[in-house]
Every structure is written in structure tokens, then in C-alpha cells.
Design a protein around this ligand. Structure first.
Ligand code: SAM
Length: 245
């Protein structure tokens, strides 16, 4: 018997995300965990039309359906190791929010800030996103609390928001750097603090003495930080530099 193939469909993306997260490292694992993350969606081609968003500002939050474009070439496996289970236990891909899926499609609820239409370009400003820069957006739908919010929902190993394990402090150099960039980037120190308090390190690094100096990119900035040498529950931000130098 010949193998039956699933039918293919073609989808065109309607926009791209402009995100402060320029690389995967340090992006929060779900939307809303870093409320100070601000970005936008550039609507493209036939979707770049004000009519498509008429009435959208009545909604505080939106569902974004998007493509995991940064990992889609890496394929997928039926079993994955969710970071919430310490990176050891395997579980079915469809029981997780892994980026490595049979179809590389993700969904995130983000806060709608405002809609802008200038120079014939439609932009939807959002916050709380968990998306890589330039993520292709397939669809946008309003979040409906009466249906999408299920109070009694069970969520196994991910019932509640991950603990904020780490306290974040800024070195005097980092404080000086923040002052330099805070005009350009509103709430920069809050944004950095929220991102780092999630402890973006891979699970195995959290189990050992870690003296590494890490770098992460937010906007066009390089941020250097490390685990405090005196307290493993504290992250120290060392410096913030423009990547454009
Ligand atoms: N909220 C979405 C969902 O449930 O479908 C995404 C959850 S997924 C666990 C979140 C992670 O996806 C982020 O931490 C980031 O590393 C990764 N990510 C975000 N945008 C991506 C993209 N365009 N391509 C590949 N990975 C991406």
C-alpha cells in the first residue's frame, strides 16, 4: 500500500514582527512574562490596509499566529525535553509549546498598545511579546476573555508562571550606561531586569558553579552580565553597549 501523504496548503504571511529580541537567547518562554518588551507588527502587501484593523482597538489583547522561522529548518521529533521539566524528561511534542513541531507554527497573546498608519504603512504596536525579530505573522485575532480564559484549566507541569528566581542588580558602569540609552529606549532598566530575572541560562548551567560572563542582545544593545560571585540567586548587569559601535 502506498504511503498516504497529508495535503499541503500554502499560507502567505501578513506581516513581520519588529522585536527587541534579536536572537533566541534570553527571549522569555511565553508572552506576558516580560511586560516591558515592546515591539510592533509591520503589515505587508494586501494586509497593509487600514480596513483590516478597523475596530481592533476595542480589544486589549491579540492572538498572534506565527511561524517559528528561526528554527523551522531544524525539523522536529515526536518527543521533546521541556525546560520546565529540567531538560531531562521527554514528553510528546504536542503536549508542549516547543518551537520544533510538525508545522513550525506558534501562538502568543500580546497586549495591543496602539495602531499607527503613517507614510502608507500600517503598524500594530504591541507589548509583552515572546518573539524573535522578523517573525512572520500568519494571522492576528482578538483575545476573547469569555472563551479564551478558562479559570479551572489544568496545565500539568506548567500550571503557573515560572518562579522568578533571580534578583537583578546593576553595576555602577551599567547604571551609567542605562542613563545614556534610556531616552531612546523607554523602561530600559525594567526591561533588562524582567528579562534577566527569568534566568535565561540553559538548564544544565543552573546546576553548576557558573562564573561565565554572558552577553545578550536587546534592541541594538549588547548587555553583559553574570551570576554574582557572592550570591547565586543574583544576576549582576556589568555593562550595556551599542552594538553599532
Ligand atoms: N507563545 C508561543 C507558543 O506557545 O506557541 C511560543 C512559545 S516558545 C516556547 C517561546 C520561544 O520561542 C522563545 O523563548 C524563543 O526562544 C522562541 N522563538 C520566538 N520566536 C521565534 C521564531 N520566530 N523562530 C524560532 N524561535 C522563536
Amino acid at each position: 500500500m502506498s504511503e498516504q501523504k497529508n495535503e499541503e496548503i500554502t499560507l502567505n504571511y501578513i506581516g513581520r514582527v519588529n522585536s527587541p529580541y534579536k536572537e533566541k537567547f534570553a527571549i522569555p518562554r511565553q508572552p506576558g512574562l516580560v511586560s516591558a518588551a515592546r515591539g510592533s507588527i509591520t503589515l505587508l502587501s494586501t494586509a497593509n490596509n487600514e480596513e483590516l484593523v478597523r475596530g481592533i482597538e476595542q480589544f486589549s489583547h491579540l492572538w498572534l499566529i506565527f511561524v517559528f522561522h528561526g528554527t523551522q529548518q531544524q525539523g522536529w521529533k515526536p518527543l521533546v525535553r521541556p525546560p520546565r521539566l529540567g531538560g531531562n524528561k521527554k514528553i510528546g511534542v504536542l503536549a508542549t509549546r516547543s518551537t520544533f513541531r510538525p508545522n513550525p507554527v506558534g501562538m502568543s497573546v500580546v497586549k495591543l498598545e496602539h495602531v499607527e498608519f503613517t507614510h502608507k504603512q500600517l503598524l500594530i504596536h504591541i507589548s509583552g511579546l515572546d518573539l524573535l525579530d522578523q517573525t512572520p505573522v500568519l494571522d492576528i485575532k482578538p483575545y476573547l476573555p469569555y472563551s479564551d480564559n478558562i479559570d479551572c484549566a489544568r496545565a500539568g507541569f506548567a500550571q503557573s508562571e515560572p518562579d522568578r528566581l533571580l534578583h537583578v542588580v546593576f553595576s555602577s558602569q551599567a547604571e551609567t550606561d542605562i542613563n545614556k540609552f534610556q531616552k531612546k529606549y523607554t523602561d530600559l532598566s525594567i526591561f533588562i531586569e524582567q528579562v534577566l530575572s527569568q534566568d535565561p541560562r540553559p538548564a544544565y548551567k543552573k546546576k553548576q558553579i557558573d562564573e561565565k560572563i554572558y552577553g545578550m542582545s536587546l534592541y541594538d544593545l549588547n548587555i553583559l552580565w553574570r551570576i554574582s560571585l557572592t550570591d547565586e540567586h543574583v544576576i549582576e548587569v556589568l555593562s550595556i553597549n551599542s552594538a553599532k559601535l
